[in-house]
Write a protein that binds this ligand. Structure first.
Ligand code: GUN
Length: 295
């Protein structure tokens, strides 16, 4: 069974990005800048944003982390975004989700200038993706990272049956659309399953490529897949583990131990999709910088 090593591919990618940023700096005297906003104290989100800021630094990009208290009003958050929209040193704006309940995530997404929406969450970017204009939009980072992995590992996708489990705006919907598309994408036949799908294993067993993003630890078990399947596990679930120093460990949405005995290729958790998401965020921010500077 082939391990699809997202950590390794993300390192290649980050090195490529670092070299490009250095040459951009030499020619323009400027570097890309990403501003990350986090509202509240959610420990998982705090970890994610710190990781994103750290990666910016590693590859020579500027990053600013704006930490706002959980009681922050929607109005103040929107004002902050408007200022960043107008700041020429900011090429990417990321508002970490989930947001506190009193803030409407869609209103916040709409407030971000689509040309700085490096998450690819704005309807202008998502709409552009659905219509197949991948070169004219920001493609959301987890789905584009998965496409990059399939490409780098030369996984045959054309004409294959891809089953996406999960229908979120961040992963499931853009992922299914990318797998469906012909140019610069996968050219698959696509099925989307979700929490209301009856007899879900009827569908998952038909998958040549199975992409799972449901947020339930070990949701997919060996009896739900066919031998030879390529499995992409987007899950990142904390489970208690008394043997671990921290008292917990991360597992995916797929039961790795039993499914890997049947799969032909599979992403591990951690070290699969997660590192690719951050690398693609960096790639989008560099792309934004290049567009703003006519490069
Ligand atoms: N929360 C979980 N994943 C993401 C992501 O990729 N971007 C943002 N903004 N929030 C998230």
């Amino acid at each position: 069974m082939l391990i699809i090593d997202g950590k390794k591919v993300s390192l290649y990618l980050k090195n490529e990005l670092k070299a490009t940023i250095e040459s951009c700096k030499a020619s323009t005297g400027k570097v890309p800048g990403l501003t990350i906003i986090i509202v509240g104290q959610d420990p998982a989100s705090q970890g994610y944003v710190r990781n994103k800021a750290k990666t910016c630094k590693e590859i020579g990009m500027n990053s600013t982390l704006i930490e706002m208290p959980a009681e922050t009003t929607q109005e103040l958050l929107l004002d902050t975004i408007h200022e960043l929209n107008n700041d020429p040193a900011v090429h990417g704006i990321l508002v970490q989700e989930p947001l506190p309940e009193h803030i409407d995530e869609f209103t916040v997404t709409l407030a971000i200038d689509p040309s700085k929406d490096v998450d690819g969450f704005h309807p202008e970017n998502l709409g552009c993706l659905v219509m197949g204009h991948l070169d004219k939009c920001f493609v959301s980072c987890t789905p584009s990272g998965i496409l990059e992995l399939l490409d780098r590992y030369k996984i045959e996708t054309k004409g294959k049956h891809c089953v996406v489990v999960g229908r979120s705006n961040i992963v499931g919907k853009p992922m299914a659309n990318l797998m469906l598309q012909k140019l610069d994408a996968a050219n698959c036949t696509v099925t989307i399953c979700h929490s209301a799908t009856e007899n879900i294993s009827f569908y998952t067993k038909q998958a040549d490529i199975l992409i799972v993003a449901v947020g339930h630890a070990r949701f997919i078990t060996a009896d739900m897949v066919k031998p030879g399947v390529v499995v992409i596990d987007v899950g990142n679930n904390r489970i208690e583990d008394p043997a671990a120093k921290s008292g917990y460990r991360m597992v995916g949405d797929v039961d790795f131990d039993c499914v890997s005995a049947l799969a032909s290729a599979m992403t591990p958790v951690p070290g699969g999709v997660g590192p690719m998401t951050i690398a693609m965020l960096m790639k989008n921010t560099l792309q934004s910088f290049k567009r703003f500077n006519g490069l």
